[in-house]
Design a protein around this ligand. Sequence first.
Ligand SMILES: Cc1cc2nc3c(=O)[nH]c(=O)nc-3n(C[C@H](O)[C@H](O)[C@H](O)COP(=O)(O)OP(=O)(O)OC[C@H]3O[C@@H](n4cnc5c(N)ncnc54)[C@H](O)[C@@H]3O)c2cc1C
Length: 559
Amino acid sequence: MKNRKQVIDHIANQKFDVCVIGGGASGSACALESQLRGLNTVMLEAGDFASGSSTASTKLAHGGVRYLQEAVDDLDIHQYQLVESALRERAQMLHNAPHLTRMVEFVVPCFSHFDKFYYGLGMKMYDWISGKAGLFPSRLLTREEALYRMPPMQSNNLAGAVSYADGQFDDGRYCLALVDTFDGAGGAALNYARVTVLEKTPEGKIVAAVVTDQVSNRTFRIVARAFVNATGPFSDEMRNLASAGAGSRMRPSKGVHIMFPLGDFSENDALLVPRTEDGRVIFAVPWNGRLLVGTTDTGYTPGEEMVVKREEIDYLLRQLNPYLSSPLRPDEVVSGFAGVRPLVAAQGVTETKKLIRDDEVEYDAKSGLVSILGGKWTTHRLMGQETIDKVQESIGDEITPSPTTDHPLSGAVDYQRGYWQTLTTQFKVPAATAKHLAHKYGTLAPDVLRLADSDPSLTLPLLEGEAPIRAQVVYAVRKEMALTVEDVLARRIGLQLYGWRLAAQAAPAVAELLRQELGWTEEGELAAVEQYVAKVNHILTTAGLEPVAVATGLVAGRR
Ligand SMILES: Cc1cc2nc3c(=O)[nH]c(=O)nc-3n(C[C@H](O)[C@H](O)[C@H](O)COP(=O)(O)OP(=O)(O)OC[C@H]3O[C@@H](n4cnc5c(N)ncnc54)[C@H](O)[C@@H]3O)c2cc1C
């Protein structure tokens, strides 16, 4: 990826074919689709890439077994089609970025033979709808097989289980890979760049976006033939900026996930809790050495802080623990995250879990704004395709075929399972670090490791005993536009997801490298550490956990 200064110099006050607003899954997918179709494209993100809903997902590339259940229960053909297209896209997601995705087998516990029949039949339908895009067929498991696969599962009255396969992916890195691929194709992406004004002709047609660089406070204009609103849960703001009185289409809802040490759970098998007290499903999924449990579905109040609350932890454990032989405790939570679902209102429906998670491409003929509303991560590519079809139509261009179906993302070219072994042989790094790098960067991992040619200390771990290394911070700044401690720990390296406390402990080392790379003062470095640790402590205490006492002292100690 180009660096921020290069991008700002290249885009400020320039003319583009397409300007995409929003740099999450939807915006990145639209930008890549547009650039690969030959349209000169710029993408602007108000915060960091993927810092919105796109790193708050359950990280499943799936058709959605719950939607399948609704399709059957409500005899709803639309839900069925939604599952079908998502299953096709699931296969594409796995194919286009194998280093960032994998297949996981889900075990659905059954406490009666009727359950086994009911879920077994449902999963056969899931197999059938997948067709050629299927991963592998669902199976009925005996009680013994179920307990062998899922040792922590409650065994009293267990009749057996049904297992089925779905996809899992690294959402933060997948978004960065989309952005990097877009950049590699000649596109211009800029983070910390907020669109504040849409300039219009007297007839109301948008001609330019006024952008504020959140770092320098500099303001510039982007002129474009078409503007895409990909601002996720906040799409209504941009719609109303384009046409006052556009009203509201979004019905955002909050979802929370929590992480535990993996314990006796297997690294490959997930548990699906088929019925929660509010009629939903929740997952307990192995995720990079942790157990990811989620999610909640509650109302979202505009401006609400996206943190995990103690009552949300209690809710998730109340649903999961009856399915476990020994209950998980709130004080075992090591990290978590909260996000907003960008749901589009469907007529006559008020419950958020029943709002259709479909996407809608909305074209405002007066302003020319094309908004991509709703959707889910799994269908991001298709959403990009549909949006750019509409863009081409709206500017009177011929609609060209989608080039993204089989387009490998950054790091995917020549990637094969077991690629990490090449890194241990070639660069003599420990297996845990090699696996971590292979899964985060794919075949770009050697670029990270070669940074240590000029400074061997960059191969040292960021935290003793953990896989991430110092070179990743330098790479994050030079090649991935990271600007803050959180950009690095939450979205580039993923340590914040692995453990809040571990992330706080790594903050001084990260900030020191950021100071060297970004030319901060020592005071700036200290402030960055203090700010990050204060944020982590706020998150910990909101979750009802003990705050961490680290970090800032270490910076002081170095001086
Ligand atoms: C709890 C939860 C669980 C989920 N689980 C799954 C799952 O397992 N599988 C799945 O497929 N999907 C899942 N999803 C859905 C998926 O995460 C979202 O559909 C997807 O991430 C939405 O991406 P987006 O780009 O539309 O929105 P966002 O990621 O929120 O991106 C919108 C971006 O627009 C930016 N923006 C806003 N205003 C401006 C402005 N004025 N100028 C510039 N930029 C601006 C924001 O900063 C933000 O980064 C889940 C969602 C949630 C919340």
